[in-house]
Design a protein around this ligand. Structure first.
Ligand code: 5RP
Length: 273
């Protein structure tokens, strides 16, 4: 692997834990002004200093992020469909590698739609993006999207999608946590990070998801809604960092959350992760 590419990857992962906490704020590219991300600048500013990387599009980067920010950027470079269409898989590459380099990003990211109507196009686009990224030393993160028509987030499907992404040259893969997640990790030769998905019932549930994913071999999280749709986004991000980087149990992370929220420790919470 070329020096520049390795260097960009290492900017995003902690040398101590080997893991990363990416903050995903790219939802608007197909969902529009998602709840609590309507004013992207206001949502991102307090969170960005606590993230190891920010995952977003060039529009939000240019218009809602201060250029003095030193947090590494993972630039989403695919798009072309919105939630108004049945088929979300009709995406193409929407940003050139030259623009990504101009924006000084640490990685580019795109969705792959294994099993969806535009599976073929998304996989060919991934291979093309890897070729372009390698030319400039920019790593590529494949996002194993689960479109409307791909509701099955099980280990069999996600193993297939992650492995295919790695075979086509992705340097990192973002996927979803699922039962038997270890199987997904085992079949994927590149680091995996997990998305959170729609807001879960509680902060605890999101912390548990992160704990389980790391225990089963994920190298971090790339989480959005369960952070910035939480009532206490910064506290939630700090609690997640403790899980991803400091081996905190869910109980310990909940204590961090309570402390950071300025409220007493959670009572009657189970003591195990
Ligand atoms: C949108 C994405 C999101 O970045 C990804 O789903 C992570 O965010 P969340 O934790 O809210 O699911 O790729 O297509």
């Amino acid at each position: 692997m070329d020096w520049g590419l390795q260097n960009r990857i290492h900017r995003m992962f902690s040398p101590a834990s080997g893991n990363t906490v990416m903050l995903a704020v790219d939802h608007g590219y197909f969902m529009g002004p998602t709840r609590h991300l309507e004013n992207a600048r206001a949502t991102i500013a307090p969170l960005a200093p606590h993230a190891d990387a920010l995952a977003l599009t060039r529009g939000i980067l240019r218009h809602a992020v201060d250029p003095t920010l030193t947090t590494p950027i993972v630039l989403r470079v695919s798009g072309g469909a919105t939630i108004l269409k049945e088929d979300l898989s009709d995406e193409a590459l929407t940003t050139s590698i030259e623009d990504a380099v101009r924006l000084n990003v640490s990685a580019v990211a795109m969705s792959v739609f294994v099993g969806a109507p535009h599976e073929h196009e998304s996989l060919v686009h991934l291979a093309e993006l890897v070729d372009r990224g390698e030319q400039y030393g920019v790593p590529v993160m494949a996002i194993t999207a689960v479109g409307k028509e791909l509701a099955k987030r099980d280990a069999r499907y996600l193993s297939l999608a992650c492995r295919v992404s790695a075979e086509l040259g992705a340097h990192l893969v973002k996927t979803y946590y699922c039962e038997d997640f270890g199987q997904v990790v085992e079949g994927c030769p590149v680091p995996l990070v997990v998305a959170g998905g729609p807001k879960l019932d509680s902060d605890r549930a999101a912390l548990e998801l992160a704990r389980n994913a790391i225990d089963e071999g994920a190298h971090g999280i790339d989480m959005g809604r369960n952070i910035w749709q939480s009532e206490h986004p910064v506290a939630m991000l700090k609690a997640l960092r403790a899980i991803v980087h400091d081996k905190a149990t869910v109980r310990e992370a909940l204590d961090i959350l309570s402390r950071e929220k300025g409220t007493p420790k959670a009572k009657n919470a189970p003591t195990t992760a």
